[in-house]
Design a protein. Structure first.
Length: 306
């Protein structure tokens, strides 16, 4: 790698991770493919983070910046028993330039970004990750997703936590975020990216709410157990300010209906009473009647006790 400029490489990688953090603050864990392929400008270069192949190197850099997994693709990337990601080579030639680039990144412990596609056009982003092993006989690299500073680990101080525990946590966290991200994207698509109660259309302010929590019996991660709700109405639904009957009609808790507390309460909560929710076009995606019935009974019980 005679053209490898370590100082420039380090600055561009740091800029890429800062940019990913800023995009995640806007879009959440799951990022649109388009912004990753468009990239950003830094030090006079256009830095793109995702390309048509799993191992991707921007033109301005001598080495790969990111790796990506597409579950339906030709490669069987998966977590091993050691909770390291077993990431398959590009093709079957260990000497392919992409594989050589990842091997060099491993030898010099260079951080990369990892993207896992959850749906077409949507990727879970994890950074920084490190290549920590190379097995030519299996055509795979081992990738560590639980390194210090990882956006998987959050603000907790993991410095004294044993590496195996960090890796196990990272594996569980990736699987949790993949599950949540796919559920959210499927629900929002079904509701045409609008709140089912107020029609707000800003994705940044929309959640996929469970009718029955996924921790409860029947709380499956299916669209029919979901509602696209803005943050306000998600909280109102979770805390039984509003309920939804099995005929899709919204009910506001009686004590909330009687309150006098300004225009936000009047228009955003009380004004929903007796209105029908927005429904997905496909019947199979609409809220399951039996789940709404269970949830509405909980709403009625809350109305009695509050």
């Amino acid at each position: 790698m005679a053209d490898f400029d370590r100082a420039l490489d380090a600055r561009l990688r740091a800029a890429a991770f800062e940019w990913l953090a800023s995009q995640s603050s806007i879009h959440g864990d799951v990022l649109p493919r388009q912004i990753l392929t468009d990239g950003f400008d830094s030090l006079g270069h256009r830095i793109r983070l995702l390309g048509p192949q799993g191992i991707f190197k921007p033109k301005a850099m001598a080495l790969p910046l990111s790796i990506a997994t597409v579950p339906s693709g030709p490669y069987g990337d998966a977590f091993g028993s050691d909770n390291l990601l077993q990431y398959q080579y590009r093709g079957t030639d260990p000497g392919h330039r992409d594989n050589v680039g990842l091997r060099f990144a491993m030898q010099h412990r260079l951080p990369l970004a990892y993207f896992h596609r959850i749906l077409p056009g949507k990727y879970l982003a994890v950074w920084p990750v490190y290549v920590v092993g190379d097995a030519p006989e299996r055509l795979t690299f081992s990738v560590e997703l639980a390194a210090g500073g990882s956006n998987l680990l959050g603000p907790t101080d993991w410095g004294n936590v044993e590496a195996g525990i960090r890796r196990r946590y990272a594996t569980v966290e990736v699987q949790r975020r993949l599950h949540q991200g796919e559920f959210r994207e499927r629900v929002l698509r079904a509701y045409r990216h609008q709140c089912a109660l107020c029609r707000l259309r800003h994705d940044e302010l929309l959640d996929a709410a469970h009718i029955i929590p996924d921790s409860d019996p029947g709380g499956t991660p299916t669209v029919s157990n979901g509602l696209a709700l803005c943050r306000l109405h998600h909280a109102a639904f979770d805390r039984f300010f509003v309920g939804i009957r099995k005929d899709y009609i919204i009910q506001v808790r009686p004590d909330v209906l009687r309150e006098h507390d300004g225009p936000t309460l009047r228009h955003s909560i009380q004004g929903l009473h007796n209105r029908q929710i927005i429904l997905p076009r496909r019947p199979v995606d609409r809220p399951a009647i039996n789940l709404l019935a269970v949830r509405y009974e909980q709403f009625r019980e809350a109305a009695i006790t509050l």
